[in-house]
Structures are given as C-alpha cells and as structure tokens.
Design a protein around this ligand. Sequence first.
Ligand SMILES: NC(=O)c1ccc[n+]([C@@H]2O[C@H](COP(=O)([O-])OP(=O)(O)OC[C@H]3O[C@@H](n4cnc5c(N)ncnc54)[C@H](OP(=O)(O)O)[C@@H]3O)[C@@H](O)[C@H]2O)c1
Length: 339
Amino acid sequence: MPPWKNRQIVLEARPAGPPKLSDFRLVEALAAEPGDGEVLCRTIYLSLDPYMRGRMNEARSYARPVDVGQVMVGGTVGEVIASRYPGVSPGAFVLAYGGWQEYCVVPGWTVRKLDSKQLPLSTALGVVGMPGMTAWVGVLDVGRAKSAETVVVSAAAGAVGSAAGQIAKIHGCRAIGIAGSRDKCDHVVRELGFDACVSYRDDDFFDALRAACPSGIDVYFDNVGGDVLKAVLRLINVGARIAICGLISQYNAAEPSPGPNLGPVLVNRATIRGFIVSDHAGRTPDFLADATRWVQEGRLKYRETLVSGLEKAPEAFLGLFEGKNVGKLLVRVSPDPTR
Ligand SMILES: NC(=O)c1ccc[n+]([C@@H]2O[C@H](COP(=O)([O-])OP(=O)(O)OC[C@H]3O[C@@H](n4cnc5c(N)ncnc54)[C@H](OP(=O)(O)O)[C@@H]3O)[C@@H](O)[C@H]2O)c1
C-alpha cells in the first residue's frame, strides 16, 4: 500500500463566541493502514454541519467534544481503498464518519455502502442522509403534521429546513419558510415549492409571517430558536406541536440568551419537543425508502453548496453561522468519479 499523504484539519483552540479560522489548523500525516475489521477510505465529500460547533466546546453535550489537536469529526462519503472487513471491498462507495481529512480508517461495521446509480453520492450526506432524516423525523414523528395544517420551518433554505418544508408539502400541508434573505426566500418558494417564505431580517418580519399564516401555525419546525421562535409563538394554534430541532442563533453565544415567553405554549396546550435524530435510528429503513423515492420522482428537491478542497473547510464552516450556504454544505475533498 503506497504511503498516501493525508491532509487533516485539527481543532487548534476552543472558540469563545463565534469560531475563527485560527481555531483550526491544517496538518499532514500519512494515511494509516486498516487493521483487522477496518477499512481505509479516500474522502470524496465531507459534510459540514452546525452540530460541529458544539463539538468544539469543552462542555459535554449529547456527544463528547473534540479534543484540542484532534481531527475535527464529520460525516463523509468516500471510496474504499483497502479493506480488512468482509463484505466491503475496495472500489465500493461508502458513507462513513471519517472526519475532516483526505483519508480515514474506520471500523467496517460503521460504514454504509452506497449505490451511485441510484442517486448522486453526495445526497447520502444531505437530503437522503442525516439532515434529510432529521427533517423527516421532525415533521412526521415529532411534529405529527397532518394534511391541510400549516407547518412553519426556520432556516428553510438550509439542508434540514429545505427537506422539512417539502416533506410537509408531500403530506398535504401548507409549508411556510423563514430564511435570512429575499434570495433564499425566492429559492424556497420557486424551486422547493413552499407556499410562502419570509425573511427574518426584514423590518416587517412578524407582520409578513402573520399574513403568510392566516389560519395560524399548527406545527413549527424550529432550527434557530431566539427571536424567530418568539415571533412564531405569538401565532400558534390550540394543540400546536413545536419540534425543537436546532438553536443555531445561540450556538456562538458566550452567555445563554434570554428565552422567549412560553405563555402561548401553555394557553394553547401546545407540545414542544426537542429531538436528536440519532435516537430514531430504527426509522432509517423507512426514511431511506421514502426519501430515495421522493428524490428520484423529483418531489423532494435539494440544493448543495459545494466547496472544493479540504483546506477550505474551516472558512466554509464559519459561513454556516452567517447563512452563506443554501441547502447542504459539503466539501469536495477529491474528485467524484461518478459525476
Ligand atoms: N436535532 C437533530 O438531531 C439535528 C440534526 C441535524 C441538524 N440539526 C439542527 O438543524 C438546524 C439546521 O441544520 P442544517 O444542517 O440544515 O444547517 P443549514 O440550515 O444548512 O445551515 C445553517 C443556516 O442557519 C441559518 N442561521 C445561521 N445563523 C442564524 C441565526 N443567528 N439566526 C437565524 N438563522 C441562522 C443560516 O440561514 P439563513 O440565511 O436563513 O439565516 C444558515 O445557512 C441547526 O440548528 C442544526 O443544529 C439538528
């Protein structure tokens, strides 16, 4: 096995507040050889996700933090280069948790083989991957969205939000998006088929949201928390369900921000429920069947913001917190031989 040079991005320092480029460092090592039961993969795509901000903190959350000096964690799609795990052969394309590096060695049982003829490989990190499944679980299992209900989704032009609104539409709901610019709102309505989308950066945000939801809000799929959640709460209906998926507006805060007034939750007997997609792993086969079919039928659309080169990962990751991505943010670490 040739000694492949492996460029990696490690956590250099724990950020206080918003992360900076100097919190990351590019290092070079040699790719390790796979041990018994392991596979060596060349990374094609690296997923960049908001949860990675939490992993940069010391504090333990639902997953353990990345140590300073350790390679940043993350989902990858790659090609198997060498294998000592029966059933996964060199040449196979796999979904893995390979991290921010050009080559990874992972236990063979942790990878999922991908069929590049069925869907583009990159979709395994987005619309038919963890973000898509988060949307599917959040709309159907947590939000329990029913036909003709009004479902509001924040960060609607992002990976999770764009799928959430479309899945609500596939189930006969009215889908209303909230996003950070008029351009994103246009994309959400014209390309993704939401019924309306309003920008939380506009001065008349609350009035526009109220006008877009004349029958009130039955399900709120919250990706951001903060002031957007506060505005939505003023419009919820009796029996509303609120799926707390993410709180990105607070991930870079040095101090916890003051919470919204939860009075409407009480008065309307609404349900607020936080969820972590990995607790719903048993639903994966049903999700993959639905999402693969919907994408192939053109009913579930996806956009990717693709950045080329591992060295661009830190800068692209910072952009997640400034809304620079539309749809799923991915790094193309090496050429995709199937595209
Ligand atoms: N519960 C789970 O299991 C689970 C799983 C996956 C993801 N999540 C959560 O789902 C949310 C979306 O994740 P994603 O991967 O789909 O990311 P994404 O939406 O593709 O990217 C993040 C987007 O968030 C918006 N944003 C950033 N800062 C904001 C702020 N201060 N206020 C309002 N919006 C802000 C930006 O869009 P705008 O331009 O519209 O502001 C940005 O493009 C995140 O909160 C993430 O942590 C949860």
